[in-house]
Design a protein around this ligand. Structure first.
Ligand SMILES: Cc1ncc(COP(=O)(O)O)c(C=O)c1O
Length: 368
């Protein structure tokens, strides 16, 4: 049996230290905000090289609060990739704005900026690039595109903790960078959690109000914000795990290199394209191949005890949740074609070379 993600492994290795961090929060009884959250925010901001990090309750909240902090709301359109986890669009929708999907590049699966152009209208106010699967989108190109069209940028780095491009980390390029700490992420909590990174202290201040009933002083409320705080227990877990993030990402990268070598030469399989000489430009939250007879291969791997996933089987515009956008099949041909062919193979830092070989061997066996 080879799991898709093995969350128990990290706890087997680091359980004592993690338990001790959790006990510290419990014995201090500072469960809401307080020192554990402050320490993690400080350390994560310094890891990213930004001035501020604001812990929130989830990645979805990070996206929604970022939209709100930038003043995006009813009547505003926000460009998002058609191929992403639905939360990218949900964050926009919850802020009252309209998510407008953009087709993806056929090789990287990331938002295709040349396709974005045709969705610009007089109401387009912002763009949310997603570093999907752990791969950094070209943020210089994003910056130029946004500047040319007067758009604000929010980075969705929910799958790209620690990814680096030209010396800068994902989530630190745009004025606001959003993270999720869902347990299966490269940096995962023991429950839900999220964060917004920024180099703009006034945006940080706004986010701190929005996440905490519009208040920084007890019972004094400057705006009707909600309750979207990062739990102290989760912050303590994350602060410990942060020390290991780069090492875990290197292990993911090594597994990805091995997968790629072993899958070369199978005509029906296209491994992801990435720069081997530039580790951490892709942190392989997911290792996604494109393959023929995807559903049959998925079933075959399942029968052999190998768990895989599909990220994502239905593009945004074809989800019932966004049917009101009125975008039917054929609107985003690249994303729609990819949805039927992509397959995510088991990937986690502790995956062994033997396990990677077994997965690749089973794929070879399937194609004969
Ligand atoms: C690209 C992307 N955006 C947003 C989210 C939402 O994060 P969360 O599940 O923490 O709300 C996720 C994670 O699930 C994601 O992968």
């Amino acid at each position: 049996m080879i799991p898709f993600v093995d969350l128990k492994k990290q706890y087997e290795i680091y359980g004592d230290e993690l338990d001790s961090r959790i006990r510290q929060v419990c014995s201090s009884a500072a469960f809401i905000l307080g020192p554990a959250v402050e320490q993690f925010e400080k350390n994560f901001a310094s890891y990213l090289g930004v001035s501020d990090a604001v812990g929130v309750a989830s990645g979805t909240d990070a996206l929604r609060l970022s939209c709100e902090a930038l003043g995006l709301g009813p009547g505003d359109e926000v460009l998002v990739p058609a191929n992403t986890f639905i939360a990218t669009a949900i964050g926009v929708h919850q802020a009252g704005a309209v998510p407008v999907p953009v087709d993806n590049d056929p090789d990287s699966y990331l938002m295709d900026l040349s396709a974005a152009r045709k969705h610009l209208t007089g109401r387009t106010r912002a763009l949310i690039p997603v570093h999907l699967y752990g791969r950094c989108l070209d943020m210089e190109a994003v910056g130029k595109f946004a500047a040319a069209h007067g758009l604000q940028v929010i980075e969705d780095a929910c799958q790209a903790h620690g990814a680096r491009l030209n010396g800068k980390r994902a989530g630190s390029f745009a004025p606001l960078g959003c993270f999720s700490f869902y347990p299966g992420k490269n940096l995962g909590a023991f429950g839900d959690g999220g964060l917004v990174a920024t180099d703009d202290p006034s945006l940080a201040e706004k986010l701190r109000l929005l996440r905490n009933y519009g208040s920084t002083r007890k019972y004094i409320h400057e705006l009707p914000g909600g309750n979207s705080r990062l739990d102290s227990v989760q912050a303590a877990v994350l602060d410990f795990k942060l020390q290991h993030l780069d090492e875990w990402n290197s292990k993911r990268f090594a597994a990805a290199c091995l997968y790629s070598e072993l899958l070369q030469g199978i005509g029906q399989v296209r491994p992801p394209v990435f720069d081997r000489d530039n580790p951490h430009s892709h942190v392989f939250h997911l290792f996604v191949i494109r393959c023929e007879k995807r559903d049959e291969l998925l079933a075959f791997l399942g029968e052999k005890g190998i768990q895989c996933g599909i990220h994502y089987p239905v593009p945004l515009h074809l989800q019932k949740a966004f049917a009101h956008l009125g975008l039917g099949p054929g609107s985003y041909p690249v994303a729609e074609e990819a949805a039927g062919k992509i397959l995510s193979l088991p990937m986690f830092p502790e995956i062994t070379a033997e396990q990677v070989r077994a997965v690749a061997g089973t794929i070879k066996e399937f194609y004969g």
